[in-house]
Design a protein around this ligand. Structure first.
Ligand code: FES
Length: 112
């Protein structure tokens, strides 16, 4: 899958590079580097929602440093077939999403 992170001026000011860096770390953390490609993109036309991020040809989403883990868990991991296999100790992504995203309930089952 391809993740496009806008580095247009509005998004740049709101922290595009921080979002890209965080996504790169998450990709490493979850071992999905062979399935996920992160690209910088020019203006995605949603400047008011900066930082704008697009997964493949899906709708543009608003992502920030604070929500990048949420975004990764909801929009990236399910699409690459990962169910939140993060280690228990650092699993804030799992704890957080157990309430919101059904995908992580599945992840729990897979792990046991
Ligand atoms: S600058 Fe990012 S959507 Fe326009």
């Amino acid at each position: 899958m391809k993740i496009s992170v806008c580095i247009g001026s509005a998004c740049h000011l709101k922290g595009s590079y921080n979002v890209i860096h965080s996504l790169q770390q998450l990709v490493e953390e979850y071992g999905v580097a062979d399935k996920v490609e992160i690209n910088a993109s020019f203006c995605l036309g949603q400047c008011a929602e900066a930082v704008s991020v697009k997964v493949d040809d899906n709708e543009v989403q608003s992502v920030s440093g604070a929500t990048v883990r949420d975004f990764f868990a909801k929009s990236v991991l399910p699409a690459v077939g990962e169910g939140g296999q993060n280690q228990e100790g650092e699993g804030d992504i799992c704890v957080h999403h157990r309430k919101e995203a059904g995908t992580f309930a599945g992840g729990q089952a897979l792990r046991s």
